[in-house]
Design a binder for this molecule. Structure first.
Ligand code: IMP
Length: 183
């Protein structure tokens, strides 16, 4: 797939880091692992808005077991490039009791969002909670997060594309782009 060689948002230049083909391979690999682990179960995929919409949509099309899909929203970055530390979560009252939940995340940076999310979900007494994240910056994790299904462990740099934004721009890009070192 032909992709833009760079992308600019508010004077900041981003360059390609992970190609659409590499993303597709990771999505297929993660889906295969989930299909294997959830035989005879009906997992509920919790797609975390907005960043995970594209990863989530691609992932579930490769899921071969019966499943359900729900969206939840979490917001932590705004227009900044560093994790703010505070996480707004919006979980509607749901019947998750004894259900197998799979959180679908775009990226785990410090791990605060995911930890907050998991702690909130535990209150619903689900049978299990696992996470699938396309990207993780494991060197930035400040909390003990366990991510069962990971696409790529990347350097602690700011990335956009494939659902991820900077100031709400760049989500549509078919590849992952990283902030250029020249910036
Ligand atoms: P955490 O709570 O620090 O793990 O941050 C997680 C959330 O911050 C993700 O769900 C994203 O919305 C956002 N985020 C973290 N790193 C990046 C990045 O490199 N680009 C865009 N958004 C990011």
């Amino acid at each position: 797939m032909k992709i833009p060689s760079n992308y600019e948002i508010k004077g900041k230049r981003f360059v390609p880091m992970i190609s659409p083909e590499e993303i597709e391979q990771a999505v297929v690999r993660i889906a295969a692992n989930i299909n294997n682990d959830y035989q005879n179960k009906i997992p509920i995929f919790l797609i975390v808005l907005k960043g995970s919409i594209i990863f989530g949509a691609d992932l579930i099309r490769h899921i071969a077991v019966d499943c359900e899909i729900k969206t939840i929203s979490a917001k932590s970055y705004g227009e900044k490039m560093e994790s703010s530390g505070s996480v707004d979560l919006n979980i509607i009252e749901e019947d998750f009791k004894d259900k197998d939940l799979i959180i679908v995340e775009d990226i785990v940076d410090t791990g605060r969002t995911l930890t907050t999310l998991v702690n909130n979900l535990r209150k619903f007494e689900p049978k299990s909670i696992e996470t699938a994240s396309l990207l993780t910056k494991s060197s930035m994790h400040i909390t003990d997060v366990s991510i069962k299904y990971v696409g790529f462990d990347i350097e602690p740099k700011f990335v956009i594309g494939y659902g991820l934004d900077y100031a709400e721009k760049g989500r549509h890009l078919p590849a992952i782009y990283v902030l250029d070192d020249e910036n």
